[in-house]
Design a protein around this ligand. Structure first.
Ligand SMILES: Nc1ncnc2c1ncn2[C@@H]1O[C@H](COP(=O)(O)OP(=O)(O)OP(=O)(O)O)[C@@H](O)[C@H]1O
Ligand SMILES: [Mg+2]
Length: 331
């Protein structure tokens, strides 16, 4: 039995993917789940959220650099063996990180080349295309994790295709704006094409001993991120975009036809509408904590402290909804 992998994805940039993975990973671990968070975005923002620069430098400049996701897949890329590691950076009692690496972008071209070759029953191609899934499963087994959360960069490239093939579930953060709606229109068909493309390839695996992901990438729902609205934009404007999100999601992502779409507030696929946490977000980033762990000593005093408690409830609800929708059993 494999451990469920959940990707937070939208090819639109800056919608709050990394912030969500970071906060949901912490909240899941607070709720008692053992979690592996994996930074599969070569920008490495999730790693930067968890670790200070001194620690990142140690991890990135090791020789050979074995402590990152790129370190794990590098032997395979160079044709000198299969995966190594992964190294797990312990973040909290229940929470471990597979560290990101800018070098990962050097894997993009290989991932792109092996995709068509899988159709020719080429064994190395299957090893390369399934590398992320196998690293994630190995890391989660080492950590005795119940769930794996994955942060991705904002594009429809080969790294993300391979990461999504490795994912059982996809959570889609988006902003209440035209760009996010347009992003959803591209995302739905891309997920379907990758899912189908992987099903076509699965039947061509030449090595019955090589375990491969199912590639379900089931959309779990969307999260509307209010912070990404342009400041000064009238409330009415983004209410208008929010009203259009459910229909676009049901049509383009779920591929449903001829049905009544509920409003976002009534849509079970709307996991949350997350508010703008204003100055709490930079305050939390400064001390490398999730917003809901901020203490008065970190600067969260007065009304800020009320905001911290609200954030705890917001993220608790959102995370419990994700856990329930994915059918993950609580310990
Ligand atoms: N709920 C929120 N309230 C306030 N600020 C937020 C919130 N969520 C995210 N942000 C801020 O918005 C910015 C973009 O968020 P983030 O980096 O998580 O987006 P992303 O989708 O991962 O971006 P990219 O596509 O570049 O990977 C960050 O500065 C982050 O701190
Ligand atoms: Mg990001």
């Amino acid at each position: 039995m494999s451990i469920p992998v959940m990707a937070f994805f939208n090819n639109k940039g800056g919608v709050g993917k990394t912030s969500l993975v970071y906060h949901v990973a912490w909240m899941m671990s607070d709720l008692g789940l053992r979690v592996v968070a994996a930074d599969l975005d070569p920008q490495g923002n999730l790693s930067t959220a968890f670790l200070d620069e001194d620690r990142l430098e140690e991890l990135w400049t090791g020789s050979p650099p074995l402590a990152t996701i790129y370190g794990s897949v590098r032997p395979l890329q160079r044709g000198v063996g299969d995966l190594t590691g992964p190294y797990l950076e312990e973040i909290g009692d229940n929470l471990a990180l597979i560290v990101g690496d800018m070098g990962l972008s050097r894997f993009e071209e290989d991932l792109s080349q092996v995709w068509p070759k899988c159709l020719d029953r080429d064994e190395r191609s299957f090893r390369v295309i399934s590398a992320f899934w196998r690293v994630l499963q190995k890391g989660a087994t080492m950590h005795h994790a119940q769930v794996i959360l994955v942060d991705l960069g904002p594009n429809l490239g080969a790294i993300n295709r391979s990461a999504l093939i490795a994912s059982d579930f996809v959570v889609i953060p988006l902003g209440p704006d035209l760009y996010s709606l347009q992003g959803l229109r591209n995302l739905g068909p891309a997920l379907r094409a990758w899912r189908q493309g992987w099903q076509d390839r699965l039947t061509k695996n030449p090595d019955p001993d090589l375990l491969l992901p199912d590639g379900q990438m089931q959309p779990l729902g969307y999260i509307i991120m209010a912070h990404s609205t342009r400041s000064g934009q009238p409330v009415k404007a983004y209410e208008r975009w929010i009203a259009r999100i459910p229909d676009t999601y049901h049509t383009d992502v779920l591929h449903e036809k001829n049905r009544e779409t509920p409003s976002a507030a009534d849509d079970p696929h709307c996991i949350a509408m997350l508010k703008h946490y204003r100055s709490l977000m930079p305050m939390a980033q400064e001390v490398r904590k999730p917003i809901f762990h901020l203490k008065p000593a970190d600067g969260a005093i007065g009304s800020h402290y009320g905001g911290v408690q609200d954030a705890y409830q917001d993220f608790k609800q959102l995370t419990q909804k994700i856990i329930a929708r994915a059918g993950i059993a609580m310990p």
